[in-house]
Design a protein around this ligand. Structure first.
Ligand code: SAM
Length: 417
């Protein structure tokens, strides 16, 4: 078989990595993106755990890019459009395995109209499983040799809009394609996070990752010393510790005890209270919430804070059920969007399963800059439809989206609550 894209034995597809066990959810992300791009998605497959592939009609780059942007993936990591499976079982003249030749042939066969004539240096990726991690020495070696061969062919450009991907399903099979480089800033979709030693819980790394993924370069502007934060479900104190490390004053709400440095930090006030009912006397800059509760309940609580102007920025964790996780994520997204739409509050909202997330996803909700705080009396800005429906791309700051126009009255706002 020769595919529409030219590489022998391959078919056009969308492909992505994901957390093992979340293949169905990641496939749903890809199928929605493919459908939105008019690509007639085929039956999704996961050739190995941690890799999803959705065959589709040969794509047009702009349509795919727009679709991935609209149907922003929650579970799929570093989705790309390309071809596969590419067999890496060739031999050179001396009879030694030659994986580079079939990879170069597959890359060469990617149509320029979709993928461009030059791309950023390839990410050579592998599944996030023990078997996949065993491929990382091979991936590194292939990456170096591919870089050299592609550079010699004049195929690499550091500022190209598209990034090359080679995803190794195993040692002899790969999927090859490109992504919009701005949407895939990290190999494997995993940012490097450094959390100082002494963090009171591993979950500090999760919040640190959320800051990088959702806020990108804007983090220094929106997370500043002197800002005020509330941490709902704070104990033992990993998130609180990280916020205090950044110089924020933190009210840590939890009936449980804080442990480690967060317990003695002068910037931290521990409040033993029900985090689902707590509201601050005056608005704060940040709300973070890691309470283990039904996800829909957390979505309601967080959306209420942002709609009422009790916080401007929120990062929160939704613990997913074992079944119907796609439906639950959609339901929570609906709750947030409805609440903010009823309050007429412009916002940016994104949900994503982070690398540090297990059976959960993380949300970032940002009340639009310039939108006065409704619950505390000022006029509320009504967002344009585009802003309401917006999802912030990974790696770009949610706070950077455009402003809305129009106002609602105080009575309307009260009714909306
Ligand atoms: C996953 S832990 C939070 C870990 C924390 N983010 C950290 O970094 O250390 C969940 C916390 O939520 C707290 N919790 C559960 N229900 C709560 C509620 N209704 N109000 C406040 N805290 C609650 C639990 O006591 C527990 O300490």
């Amino acid at each position: 078989m020769r595919s529409a894209e030219g590489a022998p034995g391959t078919v056009p597809c969308l492909a992505a990595g994901c957390r093992p066990g979340f293949e169905a959810e990641a496939a749903d992300d890809l199928r929605r993106a493919a459908a939105a791009a008019g690509l007639q998605p085929g039956v999704a497959a996961h050739p190995v755990p941690g890799l999803v592939v959705v065959p589709c009609a040969a794509p047009a780059a702009t349509a795919v890019r727009a679709a991935l942007d609209r149907a922003r993936p929650v579970f799929a990591r570093n989705p790309f459009v390309g071809v596969g499976p590419v067999a890496l079982d060739a031999r050179d003249a001396a009879g030694r395995p030659d994986r580079i030749a079939p990879l170069l042939a597959a890359i060469e066969a990617l149509p320029a109209a979709v993928h461009g004539t030059a791309q950023r240096a390839p990410y050579v990726e592998h599944p996030d499983t023990n078997e996949g991690k065993a491929l990382s020495p091979l991936a590194r070696g292939l990456g170096a040799r591919l870089d050299a061969a592609l550079a010699a062919a004049g195929r690499l450009r550091a500022d190209a809009p598209r990034r090359l991907h080679v995803f190794l399903a195993d040692g002899t099979t790969a999927y090859v394609g490109t992504s919009a480089a701005a949407a895939t800033p990290w190999p494997l979709g995993i940012p490097r996070i450094r959390v100082a030693r002494g963090a009171p819980s591993r979950s500090a790394a999760k919040l640190a990752e959320a800051f990088v993924v959702f806020l990108g370069d804007a983090v220094a502007d929106v997370l500043r010393p002197g800002m005020r934060a509330v941490d709902l479900g704070a104990a033992p104190g990993g998130w609180t510790w990280l916020l205090a490390q950044k110089g924020l004053r933190v009210t840590a709400v939890d009936n449980g005890a804080l442990r480690g440095p967060a317990a003695h930090d002068p910037l931290v006030t521990h409040l033993r209270a029900d985090g689902l009912a707590y509201r601050p006397r005056r608005p704060v800059d940040w709300l973070v919430c890691d309470i283990v509760e039904r996800p829909a309940r957390i979505a309601e609580v967080v959306a209420g804070w942002i709609a009422d102007g009790d916080a401007r920025y929120a990062i929160f964790n939704l613990k997913l059920p074992m079944k119907k996780r796609i439906e639950e994520v959609a339901r929570c997204a609906g709750i947030v969007e409805d609440r903010l739409a009823r309050a007429g509050v412009a916002h940016d909202f994104a949900l994503r399963q982070l690398y540090h997330d297990r059976e959960e996803v993380t949300g970032c909700l940002v009340r639009h800059e310039g939108a006065p705080r409704g619950r505390h009396g000022a006029a509320v800005t009504r967002p344009p439809a585009r802003a309401r429906a917006s999802r912030t791309p990974a790696g770009s700051p949610p706070a950077a989206r455009g402003a809305g126009a129009g106002t609602t009255s105080r009575r309307q706002r009260r009714r909306a609550r």
